[in-house]
Design a protein around this ligand. Sequence first.
Ligand code: NAD
Length: 288
Amino acid sequence: MKVAVVGTGVIGASWATLFLAHGHDVVATDPAPGAEERLVAAVGDRVAFTDDPAAAVADADFVQENGPERLEVKHELLAVLDAATRPEVVIASSSSMLRPTDLARGAPRHPERVLVGHPFNPPHLVPLVEVVPGEGTSTGAVDAAMAFYRSVGRTPLLLRAELPGHLANRLQAALWREAYSLVARGVATVADVDTAITEGPGLRWAALGPITGQHLSGGAGGLAHVLEHLGPGTEALWDDLGTVTMTPELADRLVTQVHDAVGDADASDLLARRDAVITAALDARRFR
Ligand SMILES: NC(=O)c1ccc[n+]([C@@H]2O[C@H](COP(=O)([O-])OP(=O)(O)OC[C@H]3O[C@@H](n4cnc5c(N)ncnc54)[C@H](O)[C@@H]3O)[C@@H](O)[C@H]2O)c1
């Protein structure tokens, strides 16, 4: 199978790694100077590269778009991809925040094959792909995308509604709001916030998720008991949660504190640490 990877930044390069590892031919495209060299350095020389997005998708069987997250840029790009890709081929956008119905307006020839296939960084390791159909997306395109992502070892989750940020980023945004608010109030540092998650609920979330995990906190009574016993306290807490504005001062404080938190570790150390833990967690699940 030939997969086109359009845009080869952080996410595109990781998708290319995944598709190559599953034996697919990958044709990549990106207009940035030096993009080809960077991609080959990251994924090896089995990847084909062209400057011309129309040529990249001309005989592709699946298109994964990973260009900049701006609707007008995506529209310009999707128009080229839509014109050059065979009509039955899915065009999946990695977009984190944009709605597929809005994206599909950029593909007037065959909008029914446009959908969001939203990964989590890095997509070659993290299994979740949120598949989000727009108002005009065909069931054939949805089925093909779900089957394709499964075939490359991902866990596609078909969303029931298109919402800004899809599902998982809305959950992350809820947590970031309170985390940034606590840092803004000076009651926790970035290191405190990260320790509170990595040494605490983050481990449970990776195993069971936040709600099934809570089901176990109720002993024999399960979630029903937790909701009755601890639910009122949680509800009272909701009224106490912060809202936050990302002022330049707060952004500076977060950046300074994240540098304090990582100390001497450089980006490659952090990447190695992250990927080792993700890989170990995935391996542990395989033995379950
Ligand atoms: N970074 C993340 O954690 C993450 C996670 C999931 C999804 N996404 C989504 O993936 C997409 C890409 O994000 P990223 O983080 O890889 O950004 P990035 O800035 O690392 O990469 C974007 C790439 O697009 C290229 N580009 C610019 N114009 C282009 C064009 N006309 N055609 C093709 N490529 C073009 C740029 O040169 C760059 O290499 C966005 O839609 C983003 O929302 C990002």
